[in-house]
Design a protein around this ligand. Structure first.
Ligand code: FE
Ligand code: FE
Ligand code: ZN
Length: 279
């Protein structure tokens, strides 16, 4: 079975997102842990979280994905900006304990002129600070488009962060199809080659989730602009290849395409039809 969902607004709470997912035939979803702009997270309602956990069990959901605010920069030059990222992520992980087995995805950060090495060190430093070996949440590093001084556009950079973290068992990777395409990995013509490279450098065992997006721009554009499925430069055949690939087909897929709920429903329907059930 294809495990697929999309990004949902968390404004109405956890159970409401679960119900919304069911309505569009999704069996997982992604949400922001808090307003990307604002810092303060809404008070978490444990009963609401428990109700979602129950709904997920009953409906055989794949793990849901919490996304850290994309405005955080764990590799910032300004110490207060790094401190803020640390506080938000540490607090998010405490809250995530109410959703056992969920994923927590974040953008590694931008080194803003300090150099790649310094950036890698700062990101790993933050992870070493917040991971305590007790959290029930797997923290995922997202592969990035390599915009500006963004870190995570190369598989080697993701590897270098993991290498510097003590509690590597709490780390995984989320591959974003738009981002890797714009980072210059040719998933359209050589998905096997890209996955081999991922396996050689990071290891496919670390790959826990896919952000499934088409891309407005061509390969290597480093711009990070998502497109609707089949309406971008990755195209439907390559995306169908991704969801059916033997190394990927068991993973949860999360759409982050520019859509409202009905658009997501249509994409989920399309992709479910294109998924080859194994018999
Ligand atoms: Fe992201
Ligand atoms: Fe993404
Ligand atoms: Zn993106």
């Amino acid at each position: 079975m294809l495990h697929i969902g999309c990004h949902l607004s968390s404004s109405k709470g956890f159970l409401a997102m679960g119900k919304e997912a069911l309505k569009i035939k999704a069996d997982t979803f992604q949400f922001f842990t808090r307003n990307p702009r604002g810092s303060k997270a809404k008070e978490l309602d444990p009963a609401d979280a428990a109700a979602l956990v129950e709904l997920m069990k009953e409906n055989h959901f794949a793990p849901v994905m919490a996304h850290a605010p994309y405005t955080l920069n764990p590799a910032a030059k300004d110490g207060r900006v790094r401190e803020f990222a640390l506080e938000v992520m540490a607090d998010d992980l405490v809250r995530m304990e109410h959703l056992p087995g969920a994923y927590y995805n974040f953008h590694p950060g931008s080194h803003v002129g300090q150099g790649l090495e310094k950036g890698l060190e700062l990101i790993a430093g933050l992870l070493n600070n917040i991971l305590n070996g007790k959290q029930g949440t797997l923290v995922l590093l997202e592969t990035m488009a390599g915009k500006g001084s963004e870190i995570g556009g190369r598989f080697e950079e993701i590897r270098a962060i993991i290498d510097r973290v003590e509690r590597q068992e709490q780390l995984g990777v989320c591959l974003d199809t738009c981002h890797v395409h714009e980072a210059g990995y040719d998933i359209v013509n050589d998905l096997d080659g890209v996955l081999k490279e991922f396996d050689d450098i990071i290891g496919l065992a670390r790959l826990k989730a896919i952000h499934l997006n088409d891309s407005l721009n061509g390969p290597g554009a480093h711009k990070d602009r998502h497109a609707k499925i089949g309406e971008g430069q990755i195209g439907l055949p390559a995306i169908v290849h991704v969801i059916n690939h033997p190394a990927l087909r068991h993973l949860p897929f999360y759409l982050e395409t520019p859509n409202e709920l009905d658009g997501y429903a249509a994409e989920i329907k399309l992709l479910r039809e294109a998924y080859q059930e194994q018999r």
